[in-house]
Design a protein around this ligand. Sequence first.
Ligand code: HEM
Length: 220
Amino acid sequence: MAWFLTNIRTVAWTALAVGFLFLVWYALGQKGVSLDNEIDRRLFWGVVFRWLHVLSGIMWIGHLYYFNFTQIPNMPKIPDEQKPAIGKVIAPAALFWFRWGAVATLVTGLLLAHNPGYKDSFLIQALTLGAVESDGAAAFSNPSNIFIGIGMWLAIVMFVNVWFVIWPNQQRALNINGKFPDLDAAARAAAGRTAMLFSRTNTFLSVPMLAAMTGAQTLV
Ligand code: HEM
């Protein structure tokens, strides 16, 4: 068993396959979903997108919480000569899963809004915060589109922070991939502080954002 558990790639791919088969067993086997008809197909893919969306959200927000609750508060306790282990090895690896987790979450989230499975697409309705409604309904007549729309925009703002503020500033602060060899210590410290402040902002936004993500379907 150790040969399996010591390789994270094998564990991750096998777990994904088992999870997918589990969904197939439940949806197709137990609930009688048939991929032959359009409504059932939407339901099935809605369930798959929802699962992948939550998985990738955990990858993203899990790393965000690691930075904010574990790494940043404990850095001052680490002796200077040991700090490169975090700055040169752990943080760049964590930033990889963090920023690509954000991409996967955004893509699966947009797919989910387009096909939630249990109802028609509400992508445009949510992104316009209910200003555009379907079937001739009056603008802002459906609070659930406003609610999930606010959650989606909070998450999109967080995504922009990750890719356009936190990641470029972390590259400067830690000289990741040797892209900024000439920056002095003051410039690196300033970039690190900007990254930290935006990362902390995302930690804050993640809490109301998740209220919308988890509340939308329950209160529909
Ligand atoms: C990046 C932009 C994001 C978009 C566009 C997005 C979009 C969505 C949509 C459309 C839903 C379905 C709501 C419904 O069916 O009523 C949803 C649900 C959900 N999202 Fe997101 N989301 C995003 C980010 C995140 C993040 C960062 C997380 C963090 C974990 C997350 C976690 C969830 C969870 C837990 C659900 C509920 C699933 C359920 O109850 O079945 N989302 N999201």
